[in-house]
Design a protein around this ligand. Structure first.
Ligand code: CDP
Length: 218
C-alpha cells in the first residue's frame, strides 16, 4: 500500500506522515530529506549545480539511509548522520534549485519507487501523487495559511540555533513554494484524485486522524 502526501513547505506533511506511518505500522519515506541530503553533499563538495557531470557523479555515489529513532527521522549520508545539517538555512535556500534538475529527479524517483515497491509506505513530498506513485492507494494534499506555516517553522527554529524573523521565514517559504510550483520538471501540484486537507486550524492529532479515518472508510 502506498499513501502519498504532497503539499507546500511547512504545511505539516512531515509530522503527519511520520505519525500516520507509525499508527499503521508501515514505512515512512521523507523524499524532501533525500533532496536535502543531495543538496548538502553538493554544497559540501563545492559542486556548481550547473555542472551536470559532477552532479551526476555525486548522485551515483549517494547512499542515503533513513530510519526512526525515538520519534526522530534519522538521515545518514554515506554513513554520516546529517539529520540536523540538512535543515540548515543554507541547504533550505538551495534545495529547490537542486531538486529542479531533471537528472536529479530521474534518479530520486528510481530510488523512491524501489523503496515503495519493497514495503507499504507513507511517502511525503511534492510530486508523489502525480509522478512518483500516480497509482497510489491514497493521495492527500496538505495546505495551510502562509502565516500558520511560518509560525510553525519559527517554533521549530526556536529549538535550534538558527535565528530568523517571522517576515524572513514568510519570504523564504514563498520563494521556495514559487520555485517548486513553477519549475518545469515535476512541479508541486495537487493530483486530481488527491484529498485536500487544509491544516491551518487543525492540531497534529486532528490531521493524523483525518487521514487515518479516510483510509479506514475508503
Ligand atoms: O519540510 P519542508 O516542507 O521544508 O520541505 P521538504 O519536504 O524537506 O522538501 C525540501 C525541498 O525538496 C522542497 O522545497 C522541494 O524543492 C524539494 N522536493 C521535491 O522537489 N520533491 C519532493 N518529492 C520532495 C521535496
Amino acid at each position: 500500500m502506498i499513501i502519498a502526501i504532497d503539499g507546500p513547505a511547512a504545511s505539516g506533511k512531515s509530522t503527519t506522515a511520520r505519525l500516520v506511518a507509525k499508527k499503521l505500522n508501515i514505512t515512512y519515506l521523507d523524499t524532501g530529506a533525500m533532496y536535502r541530503a543531495l543538496t548538502f553533499q553538493l554544497l559540501k563538495s563545492n559542486v556548481d549545480f550547473d555542472n551536470l557531470d559532477k552532479v551526476s557523479t555525486i548522485l551515483g555515489n549517494l547512499t542515503i539511509d533513513m530510519y526512526d529513532h525515538k520519534g526522530t527521522n534519522i538521515i545518514k549520508l554515506n554513513n554520516e548522520d546529517i539529520t540536523e545539517q540538512i535543515r540548515s538555512s543554507n541547504v533550505t535556500k538551495n534545495v529547490s534549485e537542486v531538486s529542479a534538475l531533471l537528472i536529479v529527479r530521474k534518479s530520486m524517483v528510481v530510488m523512491q519507487r524501489e523503496i515503495g515497491y519493497k514495503s507499504d509506505c507513507v511517502v511525503e513530498g511534492r510530486d508523489i501523487g502525480t509522478i512518483v506513485f500516480p497509482n497510489a492507494d491514497f493521495k492527500f494534499f496538505m495546505t495551510a495559511d502562509i502565516k500558520m506555516r511560518a509560525n510553525r517553522r519559527l517554533n521549530e527554529m526556536n529549538q535550534s540555533a538558527t535565528v530568523k524573523t517571522f517576515d524572513e521565514i514568510v519570504l523564504d517559504l514563498e520563494i521556495r513554494d514559487d520555485k517548486d510550483t513553477n519549475r518545469e520538471n515535476s512541479p508541486l501540484r495537487k493530483a486530481v484524485d488527491a484529498v485536500e486537507i487544509d491544516t491551518s486550524e487543525l492540531t497534529i492529532d486532528e490531521q493524523v486522524n483525518k487521514i487515518i479515518n479516510h483510509i479506514k472508510n475508503n
